[in-house]
Design a protein around this ligand. Structure first.
Ligand SMILES: CC(C)(COP(=O)(O)OP(=O)(O)OC[C@H]1O[C@@H](n2cnc3c(N)ncnc32)[C@H](O)[C@@H]1OP(=O)(O)O)[C@@H](O)C(=O)NCCC(=O)NCCS
Length: 275
């Protein structure tokens, strides 16, 4: 068990039919998935069984109420897992619960001798980017256009594109005492020194910045047209740099300029030694 700094919070592996049912309900509440999109009870029953161990299903509990879930699948790659889902109920977001779930999971994975985790996430969600890249030490390696085809209220009808992301639990981020990866430059310095790529401007530099919405969910409710434009413009940029030019992202800038949050990925060319 592991506590976040919220009093009464703990993380534990789900076991009972009631917990499995609640985990399925939370998939509807968090992502707005319909019945076809949620995981089935029989699949989750198989994943929580001890013999054979096929996965890990965690619940985050606040005073015994399940408020977060995390679902991890084993893969055919040695020492590697796929982090399928991590979600926190809306009213408990931004309290570092997602971060604590991730950290707790990494401890469990180390005990199973797992050192690599792969997952996908919505590239335009600043909260996820901040959490995964800056705080969990992950690296974005590929852009997956139209990756999922499900009905979920969260994507609100936008094509469901994803970043493919990897974390190496034995790399220097996770083994260093600081356990942090700060961007070398501040947001303002980065904006002065690094070009911002646009759908019609894809510079031949070793580094580019790519802007994403300050708050995607909010933008979808106020200006869906602009949200869709972000989807298709950034799809073009990310596909070019990540998939065609072999760039990666492991730093995310977020900061307030003139009273408004601004979010940028830093995309960097992979050095030969890192391939
Ligand atoms: C993604 C998710 C799991 C993160 O969990 P969480 O508990 O809300 O996140 P945390 O509180 O640990 O961290 C959020 C970080 O993002 C920052 N953040 C919040 N809103 C942001 C925004 N619009 N842009 C950039 N950063 C933002 C917070 O300030 C915090 O960083 P800090 O610790 O440096 O201040 C949760 O928000 C969630 O369930 N989202 C919906 C489902 C989802 O998208 N799941 C992930 C993909 S499957």
């Amino acid at each position: 068990m592991n506590k976040s700094n919220i009093e009464g919070f703990e993380i534990r592996e789900l076991k009972t039919p009631d917990e499995i049912k609640k985990c399925i309900d939370l998939q509807g509440e968090i992502w707005g998935l319909d019945e076809l999109g949620k995981m089935s009870p029989i699949t989750l029953e198989a994943m929580v069984s001890e013999e054979p161990k096929t996965g890990i299903v965690l619940g985050g509990f606040l005073h015994d109420e399940m408020i977060a879930i995390q679902i991890i699948m084993s893969t055919l790659e040695p020492h590697t897992v796929y982090l399928h889902m991590l979600g926190v109920l809306k009213k408990y977001r931004n309290l570092h619960i997602g971060y604590h779930m991730q950290e707790h999971l990494f401890e469990i994975l180390r005990k199973w001798n797992i050192n690599k985790g792969l997952w996908t996430y919505e590239p335009l969600e600043g909260r996820n980017a901040n959490n995964y890249l800056n705080k969990s030490g992950a690296r974005v390696i590929k852009y997956l256009a139209g990756h999922f085809r499900v009905n979920d209220k969260m994507s609100g009808g936008m094509p469901i594109d994803r970043f493919l992301t990897v974390v190496h639990l034995d790399d220097k981020f996770h083994t260093s005492k600081l356990h942090e990866r700060h961007p070398v430059l501040s947001l303002n310095e980065a904006l002065q020194k690094i070009p911002i790529a646009k759908a019609d401007f894809l510079p031949e530099t070793d580094e580019v910045l790519v802007e994403i919405p300050d708050d995607l969910q909010q933008l979808k409710t106020t200006n869906m047209e602009e949200a869709i434009k972000f989807r298709f413009d950034t799809r073009k940029i990310f596909t070019e740099y990540l998939n065609n030019r072999g760039f990666f992202a492991e730093n995310f800038y977020t900061g307030v300029i003139d009273g408004k949050r601004h979010n940028y990925y830093l995309l960097q060319k992979t050095k030969k030694a890192e391939v």
